[in-house]
Design a protein around this ligand. Structure first.
Ligand SMILES: [Zn+2]
Ligand SMILES: [Zn+2]
Length: 357
């Protein structure tokens, strides 16, 4: 048994409370990672509010980065001392996983939100009481995590773990949507709705593809300014201010009323990618506006990528200076996680990252 420090949410909507918990040794397929840093993602906020089917009490955090300390049985290719980024969890055997599309794994919900443990796996406990500690197969708002072979991506030891932590969810979601799901081509036009971490990652990726017009929409003037710095050719706070039509539109806002407006702005054969967290009701669309011009709407989870293949690609762009994540990230000591959440909710910080002591 190892004693770890974790930020626990007791019931939905509660603040974080720090406590010491007991961690089992890693079981079959598991990897014990000493967490150095963890990004805060919008989904953590949605989970804290109880809007997703997670167990309480719970340890959130799904953009962990750290160093492997121990591996369980049946773990290949990872050893103590490896520097790793953590990503989402998948089964590895369904047809989507087989096609390197683990974001569409048939077990995505049980493995990432319910965080169910399999027989023989190590767990984290408060006395005899189990804690939800397998969220996205990691629960990384803690000094240690029990991750899994499939959601651990090894990286070179010279890379900054704290800066690259958000690659495992927010950054790969935005960049993967543009580079893989939409496969934006040089000279094409793209509009991105929302200049948060996912939207700005989509923007950096659009710049990498050589897209022509790159437009972005957001309510916050400081985010629009940063978007211009990162390569946006148009940055507006009202969709109606954009002229022309777009080959691709990426929605990261989850605001249903923007979607019918966006569909009308798609070029013939253009595609709208849905990347936000949407309410389960409230989208009225005109099917003939999609049908008659051969337009498409596609849902996207985690960018539609395989982290084992895509994170190394993102790291290559980072090394070339084409993924300037330092412009998005602000660091907080782990003890200030509550303040980091609040700053993100107020829209002041694009990507908070908590750094463990
Ligand atoms: Zn699967
Ligand atoms: Zn996320």
């Amino acid at each position: 048994m190892l004693t770890i420090d974790a930020a626990v949410i007791e019931r939905s909507g509660d603040p974080f409370r720090f406590e010491q918990l007991a961690m089992d040794p890693p079981g079959p397929g598991q990897v014990r990672v000493r967490i150095h840093a963890c990004g805060i993602c919008h989904t953590d906020m949605v989970m804290r509010e109880g809007a997703l089917p997670i167990p309480f009490p719970v340890i959130l955090g799904h953009e962990g980065a750290g160093i492997v300390e121990a591996v369980g049985a049946n773990v290949d290719g990872l050893t103590a001392g490896d520097h790793v980024l953590l990503s989402f969890h998948s089964c590895g055997v369904c047809s989507a996983c087989h096609d390197h599309q683990p974001g569409y794994c048939r077990e995505f919900v049980p493995r990432n939100f319910l965080g169910l443990r399999r027989a023989g796996e190590g767990d984290i406990r408060r006395g005899e009481q189990p804690i939800g500690s397998n969220i996205f197969g990691q629960s990384a708002f803690a000094t240690y995590a029990l991750a899994h072979q499939d959601n651990v991506v090894r990286i070179d030891a010279d890379l900054p773990l704290d800066l690259l932590a958000p690659l495992g969810c927010g950054v790969q979601t935005g960049a993967g949507t543009v580079l893989e799901t939409l496969s934006v081509q040089p000279g094409q036009s793209i509009a991105i709705m929302g200049a948060g971490a996912v939207g700005l990652s989509a923007l950096m990726a659009a710049k990498i593809t050589g897209a022509g017009c790159i437009a972005i929409l957001d309510r916050h003037a400081h985010r629009l300014e940063l978007a211009r710095e990162l390569g946006a050719t148009e940055a507006v706070d009202d969709l109606a201010a954009l002229e022309g039509v777009f080959d691709h539109i990426v929605d990261t806002t989850g605001v249903p009323t923007l979607l019918s407006q966006a569909i009308a702005m798609l070029a013939p054969r253009g595609t709208l990618a849905l990347v936000g967290a949407y309410p389960s009701d409230g989208l009225a669309i005109d099917p003939s506006a999609i049908m008659s011009l051969g337009r498409r709407i596609v849902g996207v989870v985690e960018g539609g990528i395989d982290p084992q293949r895509f994170i190394p690609r993102l790291i290559a762009y980072y090394r070339e200076g084409r993924l300037p994540l330092e412009k998005l990230v602000r660091y907080y000591p782990f003890a200030q996680i509550e303040e980091a959440f609040a700053a993100s909710e107020r829209g002041e910080v694009i990507k908070p990252v908590v750094v463990m002591p």
